[in-house]
Design a protein around this ligand. Structure first.
Ligand code: PEP
Length: 251
């Protein structure tokens, strides 16, 4: 039986006062955990230490939004996986579509980040997903397969025994237009099937979460699907009440 996982991606939002208030709003409902759900919060880098202090002693764990592919060296502006681990970060998002499109991160570079994260003991949350044009062309499955294969090439399929996959159709991120329950379940099942072709045990155990305009209203139906193990939440995670309700909607 897989545990569910709900992760908050705050993106580049907030300041110290906002984050203090947001976390204070989460703690009463989430500190003791919810229905065996893994709850992860991914603040911007400068706030990691502050959030770590605020969630200490609770069931909420810390994640980061990105990681450099290198261990150390002349990479100005980059943050390594071991540095994140040093700050008690447990999860890290890699390959978010905003980084793939805005920072030109290719599949191979995302795979390098995935490997770097695991080498430092972090759990990568690998984001995959197609654009609207790719869905309209009928190649959504091929795009997701290509993104997953790049990681399998570098980490092996067993890399997914210590990772989370987030299916995030690009057209659903921040648009208010979530994938339908059927579209999401279909892609999640296809992802699991793809992994099962190489290792059924890994396929049955890997958490595959959905991201893209999840809110308290659509979360229950999405999370009730057999292959949807939770969500990666952007906009709705910036409101404590919404994020708590989303976490509580895992059945
Ligand atoms: C995201 O940032 O990964 C995301 C899914 O955003 P939103 O929930 O706002 O669509």
């Amino acid at each position: 039986m897989r545990r569910a996982l709900v992760a908050a991606n705050w993106k580049m939002h907030g300041n110290r006062i906002f984050i203090q208030e947001l976390v204070s709003g989460l703690i009463p409902a989430l500190s003791g955990g919810v229905n065996g759900v893994d709850i992860v919060i991914c603040p911007p880098f400068p706030y990691l230490q502050m959030v770590d202090s605020l969630i200490k002693g609770t069931e909420i764990v810390l994640g980061a939004q990105d990681v450099g592919a290198h261990e150390s060296g002349p990479y100005t502006g980059e943050v390594s996986a071991s540095m994140l681990a040093d700050f008690r970060v447990r999860y890290v998002i890699v390959g978010h579509s905003e980084r793939r499109s805005l920072m030109n991160e290719c599949d191979q570079h995302v795979a390098e980040k995935f490997v770097a994260a695991q080498q430092s003991g972090l759990i990568p949350v690998l984001c995959v997903g197609e654009t609207l044009a790719e869905r309209d062309q009928g190649i959504a499955g091929q795009v997701v397969e290509r993104q997953l294969s790049a990681v399998i090439d570098q980490a092996g399929v067993t890399g997914f025994s210590r990772a989370v996959i987030a299916y995030e159709p690009v057209w659903a991120i921040g648009t208010g237009r979530s994938a339908s329950v059927e579209q999401a379940q279909e892609m999640h099942a296809a992802i699991r099937q793809l992994i099962a072709l190489q290792d059924d045990e890994v396929a049955q155990s890997v958490q595959i979460i959905y991201g893209g305009s999840v809110n308290p209203e659509n979360a229950p139906a999405l999370f009730a699907q057999p292959d949807i193990d939770g969500g990666l939440i952007g906009g709705a995670s910036l409101n404590a009440d919404s994020f708590v309700r989303i976490c509580q909607s895992v059945s």
